[in-house]
Ligand binder design. Structure first.
Ligand code: ZN
Length: 298
């Protein structure tokens, strides 16, 4: 928790509201039903997706370790029994912090190969060192391109999207329930965090948004990594915003602009009112956009 909170502080991502949620004793887990047996849980950290039914509980991301008991209590109101699967959309601590608890209690942890690789070794994220995760917190089943779970009367497809938020992202699609979980490739109403030090890229984020759009229709309920529940129209606006920012950054690069001067010119002043009040401050986002396009982010 301290590690994760420190990380968000270093990134300058905390809003006053988010800081107030650091104390796990004060966090409440909110449950929203999206389709029969499919839920979104919001607490502190990445939004959680749930499939609950006769085949057991399938959890997408598990927030921070101090919240595990509250998450279990929220799940117990949906379905008795332990969590059977935990799926990590990527390696960041606000999505994998509960792995040690759930893995220790017998849940099978599943993720893209890149998630296990990064959790297994010390990472440096925006200058901050993050220790390797204990063995019990590591994904036991990993995959490269895609994987399907046949559970609770649905097919849950996990699809890897390359070099997007990180190099180990997966988006999940509930075929029958028509629900998508985008992980941190999509933050609803906020600029995204491009973790260039973990292999993330702006082009990959745009491709992930395109993939999400291709998998959705007007009725699809879309769980973002952070922010309120969304839909195809919201994801489309986000994709369009990313394209606009990319084109402006490309033009500045082509004109020989420097990183500092470009950011100081407030090139997204018209977009900041809609997108700049979430986790990512505009200047931090623009720096990462620049690094990604200029190839200077690793
Ligand atoms: Zn993340």
């Amino acid at each position: 928790m301290v590690r994760a909170a420190l990380l968000w502080c270093v990134l300058g991502l905390w809003t006053a509201e988010a800081v107030a949620q650091q104390d796990p004793a004060k966090v409440q887990i909110q449950t929203q039903e999206l389709a029969p047996g499919v839920y979104m849980l919001v607490g502190d950290g990445g939004n959680i997706g749930v499939s609950a039914g006769a085949d057991g509980i399938f959890l997408i991301d598990d927030q921070f370790a101090p919240l595990t008991e509250k998450i279990r209590a929220a799940l117990a109101r949906l379905q008795p029994g332990p969590v059977r699967f935990v799926f990590n959309t990527h390696w960041h601590g606000d999505h994998t912090g509960g792995n040690e608890n759930f893995g220790g209690a017998g849940a099978l942890i599943v993720a893209h190969d890149g998630v296990r690789a990064r959790l297994s070794r010390e990472q440096t994220l925006m200058g901050q060192r993050i220790a390797p995760a204990p063995a019990v917190a590591l994904p036991v089943v990993t995959f490269g391109a895609d994987l399907s779970f046949h559970l609770n009367g649905d097919v849950i497809q996990a699809l890897h999207v390359a070099h997007a938020h990180t190099d180990g992202d997966a988006i999940l699609r509930f075929e029958r329930a028509n629900v998508l979980h985008m992980g941190d490739t999509y933050l609803s109403g906020m600029y995204p965090f491009i973790d260039t030090s973990s292999g993330g890229s702006l082009e990959g984020l745009i491709a992930a948004a395109e993939r999400g759009l291709a998998l959705s229709d007007a009725r699809t309920r879309i769980i973002p990594g952070h922010g309120p529940l969304s839909d195809r129209a919201g994801l489309e606006r986000y994709r369009d915003m990313l394209l606009t920012v990319r084109d402006r950054a490309r033009a500045a690069l082509a004109a020989g602009q420097t990183r500092e001067k470009w950011i100081a010119s407030r090139p997204t002043a018209d977009l900041d009112a809609s997108w700049g009040y979430g986790f990512m401050k505009p200047e931090v986002f623009l720096g990462l956009v620049w690094d990604s396009l200029a190839g200077t982010g690793r």
